[in-house]
Design a protein around this ligand. Structure first.
Ligand code: PA5
Length: 437
């Protein structure tokens, strides 16, 4: 059976020769073998590898909590930052209809320190029935901790202390951190982030699954997609395994002086998926003075802003286009008698067709302009395909990190700003240790 996703490499032909893949093959195979055997750096954080199997036993409990939230609330506020919110937000943005009303609205807090953002959110929630899912693996991260304090105060004002407790769902480590202690003391419903799974690899744990389910997504189907990726992306040969091949190709391009990888998408609802992907690769690879800088664009929107640079600026970029073969909804361009806008030449054509021409025309232009293109084609946009894609990218990132010679499961660089901020805030020294989130 052919893999669920297809890697199309025509846009690489002028830049990467097949022999270069032959040369990197032994290193890529060694990286894959390290990952499989658990002998590479950060091997204590490989719990995500077989998560699509292990998480099955938790799905029912997550769905039950989600159903409870749906009966109690019109809004769910998800409190978290980095890996503790981006996966859920990516899936919800990709798969829910932003113009529809009816189901629980999922909002986010604690992913910034903006008083304007949080004041507006508190105003909005004042007359809403809401629940909170507070998510932090370390249980000590400042941004979500502040937001949670604000929301807890509002919940207690609205529903009393006991009522508030019944509206709070905590997702955190099994035993350590302030959030776990608080959940135990206050009796919040709680879910566990396994110790062997880091934040940005946790989208298929309750971290991602509970907000997604509360927002109406079919999480069982999402996990099925990830399960397929887990099984399919074990093929040892680069030729048969698009995930290994992608990891190898991006390393070849980096070694040839391409410093920036642009993830390009033609569906605006995938914007937040780009944010999740940026965090995954940026935190995993950007260390020890190495790594591709991950950036993302949504076309054709950004062809009217960054398109000029991609076509004609410094030749430091390559693009990975995430292309959805069949969109879920069709819009046909109507025929109008007056043809004032001179668009009758498109009458009867679908917008999807126009979008696909933009994709093909752009690819050609960018390749001619000196920007290598890798295309990763997904048959559709659904829970299943997104589950597959989350797993695909996590595995590609781990292999890519090993090929690069870094530990893709730590993020020591994130601590630097925190230490300075804590000093400026006057945080007591004994509380500054925390666990690296
Ligand atoms: O990938 C990571 O580990 C980080 O980006 C964390 O997800 C982020 O820092 C939030 O940490 P925590 O969940 O501990 O609050």
């Amino acid at each position: 059976m052919a893999p669920y996703v297809t890697l199309i490499e025509e846009g690489l032909a002028p830049f990467v020769g097949e022999h270069e893949l032959d040369y990197i093959r032994p290193q890529a195979e060694a990286a894959c073998a390290q990952l499989r055997a658990g002998t590479g750096p950060g091997a204590e954080f490989l719990g995500w590898l077989d998560l699509p199997v292990k998480v099955a036993e938790h799905i029912e409990a997550v769905q039950q909590a989600a159903a409870e939230i749906q009966t109690r609330a019109e809004v769910l506020v998800v409190v978290g930052i980095g890996g503790s919110y981006l996966g859920a937000r990516a899936a919800l943005d990709a798969l829910t209809d932003e113009f529809a009303t009816g189901s629980v609205r999922v909002l986010f807090a604690g992913h910034n320190l903006s008083s304007t953002y949080h004041a507006r959110l508190l105003d909005y929630l004042a007359d809403k029935d809401f629940c909170v899912n507070v998510i932090s693996k370390s249980g000590t991260t400042t941004e979500p901790a502040i937001a949670f304090r604000l929301l807890r105060e509002l919940l207690e004002k609205k529903y009393g202390r006991d009522g508030a407790r019944r509206r709070i769902y905590a997702t955190t480590d099994a035993g350590r951190g302030a959030l776990r202690a608080m959940a135990e003391q206050e009796g919040y419903a709680s879910f566990v982030i396994p110790a062997d799974i880091g934040g940005r690899y946790s989208v298929l744990t309750p971290v991602g699954l509970l907000p997604m389910a509360a927002g109406g997504l079919d999480i069982a189907r999402l996990v099925q997609g990830a399960h397929r990726a887990m099984e399919e992306l074990q093929a040892p040969e680069l030729a048969d395994n698009p995930c290994y091949r992608y990891a190898a190709l991006r390393n070849i391009l980096l070694r040839k002086g391409k410093l920036v990888e642009l993830l390009a998408m033609y569906e605006p609802c995938l914007h937040t998926f780009g944010e999740w992907w940026k965090q995954l690769f940026g935190e995993s690879e950007g260390k020890d003075g190495k790594g591709l800088f991950p950036a993302s664009v949504v076309f054709s929107t950004d062809l009217h802003s960054l398109g000029q640079y991609i076509q004609d600026g410094a030749r430091i970029l390559f693009e990975t286009v995430l292309y959805i073969k069949e969109t879920s909804r069709q819009v046909t361009i109507p025929h109008l008698e007056d043809d004032l806008d001179q668009l009758n030449y498109l009458a009867g054509k679908s917008m999807e067709f126009v979008n696909s021409c933009a994709f093909r025309g752009t690819l050609q232009a960018h390749v001619q302009g000196g920007t290598p293109n890798i295309v990763l084609e997904l048959p559709e946009l659904s829970e299943y395909s997104l589950g597959y894609l989350f797993y695909f990218m996590k595995k590609a990132c781990a292999i890519s990190g090993y090929l690069l010679g870094v530990n893709p499961f730590i993020q020591q660089g994130v601590e630097a700003y925190k230490q300075n901020m804590f000093a400026l805030l006057g945080k007591p020294k004994r509380e500054q240790g925390g666990v690296v989130g």
